[in-house]
Design a protein. Structure first.
Lengths: 155, 178
């Protein structure tokens, strides 16, 4: 047992420098760290354009994350930090584009297309309903249906 | 009439979509329009590459039209555009200032000795923080800044001979007149 404890201790001591070499969460406060990640997720890395700066390992993303931390440490609000980024990199840095006259088509487009689809679908169904009137039952069919309902075998 | 519309409306929709997609083929997604255009260039004061004890600042260029070229010795496209910068410098049309972006100063100085130094001065942006203020996201980048210190044009990526002849040089000449 004592040997086991000693071994575990030695392992822990040996493992410590290895752990220290990994990327450290820079902030110990989980609330601040969460806020940093939330902000980083909203910002696009301009080098690998389909990644956020939270995901990207590009040099610029690292720099921008550092800038983010710096601004948070300086007590800036989320809105101020986002403005800081868009002032330098434009709206493109935002993963979620803002609602503006130039982006109305982007935001409304899918809903317009959906409405158009619903309208076309509704009209198609109505047109089909008008042409496909149910045929009146012939006397022979009625008789056969009644026979089946009484439980007699089909002729 | 209704039948004609039935074909024309989707056809029109398709043509609009095709036009957008065709246009998209000729756009470079790497070229993000800079929000800095028409706005004052960031104010800075940075160590010179040649004499790191001395500084160079935006105020040194006040009252003149100038070009800011962001470069680094590790940047391969910078090598491609460098002869154009050298050529522009020999024309003595406009001062070119270099921003050495996130580089090793020794490597940067060697680079200038090897390829020629077209710059009035090169200053060091060691940690890329000034680069962020300029909205730099990839080197090389080239800015044209007017007499009032307003950014007038930004070229992303290596300057091509075409961009130099058709955009940068005419713009500089026009700005110098005003």
């Amino acid at each position: 047992m004592r040997r086991f404890v000693a071994g575990a201790l030695a392992l822990a001591v040996l493992a410590a420098p290895a752990a220290a070499e990994q990327a450290q969460p820079t902030l110990n406060d989980p609330v601040v760290a969460k806020r940093e990640v939330e902000l980083a997720k909203q910002l696009r890395c301009l080098v690998c354009q389909n990644e956020t700066i939270a995901d990207s390992r590009a040099d610029l993303a690292v720099d921008l994350r550092n800038k983010l931390r710096e601004q948070m440490a300086a007590g800036k609000t989320d809105a101020e930090i986002i403005t800081y980024m868009t002032d330098r990199y434009g709206d493109f840095v935002l993963y979620k584009p803002p609602m503006k006259p130039t982006t109305v088509l982007l935001w409304a487009g899918p809903f317009v297309l959906l409405a158009l689809g619903v309208l076309i679908g509704w009209r198609a169904v109505r047109a089909r309903a008008r042409t496909a009137q149910p045929q009146p039952l012939s006397a022979a069919d009625r008789e056969r249906a009644e026979r089946l309902l009484r439980g007699e075998a089909d002729a | 009439m209704k039948r004609v519309l039935f074909f024309l409306v989707p056809l029109a929709g398709f043509l609009v979509l095709a036009a957008f997609l065709l246009r998209g083929l000729w756009l470079n997604p790497r070229e993000v329009p800079s929000p800095l255009i028409g706005k004052p260039a960031p104010v800075f004061e940075k160590a010179k590459l040649a004499q790191p004890t001395e500084t160079f600042g935006s105020k040194d260029m006040a009252g003149q039209v100038w070009i800011l070229n962001v470069w680094a010795s590790w940047c391969t496209p910078c090598r491609v555009e460098h002869p154009l910068m050298n050529e522009l410098a020999t024309r003595k049309l406009v001062p070119i200032v270099g921003m050495n972006y996130k580089d090793n100063p020794d490597a940067a100085r060697r680079w200038l000795t090897e390829l020629g130094d077209p710059y009035l001065t090169t200053f060091i942006d060691h940690d890329g923080k000034l680069g962020i203020d300029f909205g730099v996201y990839g080197v090389p980048e080239t800015f044209v800044i007017d007499k009032q210190g307003i950014v007038r044009y930004k070229h992303i990526g290596p300057v091509t001979p075409e961009a130099m002849q058709k955009k940068i040089v005419p713009l500089v000449q026009e700005l110098q007149k005003s």
